[in-house]
Design a protein around this ligand. Structure first.
Ligand code: HEM
Length: 224
């Protein structure tokens, strides 16, 4: 029996996975390192995110980064159908880590916004607080529906949570692409330029809307 040559779509999918996995891994390592250093060291000379002589804002934002890395590392595993079916206990275990991690990541971000505010002020606070609330909601719903055995709803909320987790990476990717293309037009270090203001919402809202349309289409096709 000869080996089947992978089809064009399989190759495209594999390329897509690799193209996404590399920045994901890079960002997860960056986030874990930044978080752990912020929890253990005084970083006030290095970053405005560190609040000198205060426990809560530092605990909130740096544990947020460290756990965000864990969530980002685990979340793609949940999408692999073979793993879900062949090793269901692994799916449940990593699922619990992701849900608990996402809740702490979201709460950490929200506490930091409440105590310190974001670098760019009220509009960015609103964009990021909405992002945090959506992540909190999606994590709770994913868990609730799994517990209730409502697999269809569980999978829809899990996809929403996936897109939201990816949002933290997409935010950075938008900047990398924009700076390569325009050399930072309408953007500045304080993140208050027109491009930055669009980004407060553009790293998650359009992707969530796209996912919502896809979910609706899938429901219609499944019902047909
Ligand atoms: C898995 C998801 C997430 C990861 C991995 C993550 C990681 C990070 C990292 C590494 C930073 C440091 C800034 C940088 O160097 O770019 C950061 C900052 C921040 N994150 Fe997150 N984050 C995640 C989700 C969230 C969520 C859901 C919120 C909303 C509550 C949030 C709010 C913030 C805020 C407010 C800052 C500081 C922004 C500033 O003023 O510069 N993050 N995050």
């Amino acid at each position: 029996m000869g080996h089947r040559i992978p089809g064009f779509m399989t190759m495209m999918k594999l390329t897509g996975v690799v193209l996404l996995a590399v920045p994901m891994l890079g960002f997860a390592v960056y986030s874990a390192r930044f978080g752990l250093r912020g929890l253990g060291l005084d970083l006030s000379q290095e970053t405005y995110i560190y609040t000198p002589d205060k426990v809560w804002p530092n605990l909130a934002i740096f544990s947020h980064m460290a756990l965000g890395a864990v969530v980002m590392g685990f979340v793609p595993l949940q999408l692999v159908r073979q793993l879900r079916h062949r090793v269901p206990w692994l799916h449940r275990m990593t699922g619990r880590v992701i849900v608990a991690g996402s809740i702490i990541v979201a709460l950490g971000g929200l506490v930091y916004i409440g105590l310190r505010g974001t670098i760019a002020g009220p509009l960015m606070d609103v964009g990021f607080a909405l992002y945090g609330l959506l992540m909190l909601g999606a994590a709770v719903q994913t868990f609730r529906h799994a517990r209730a055995g409502a697999i269809e709803q569980h999978s829809e909320w899990a996809l929403r949570l996936f897109v939201l987790v990816m949002g933290s990476l997409i935010f950075r990717l938008h900047y990398v692409i924009w700076y390569i293309l325009t050399d930072g037009l309408w953007s500045n270090e304080a993140l208050t330029g027109p491009f930055d203001q669009v980004q407060y919402f553009a790293f998650y809202l359009p992707y969530l809307i796209g996912l919502e349309l896809w979910i609706r289409r899938r429901r219609v096709l499944r019902a047909a």
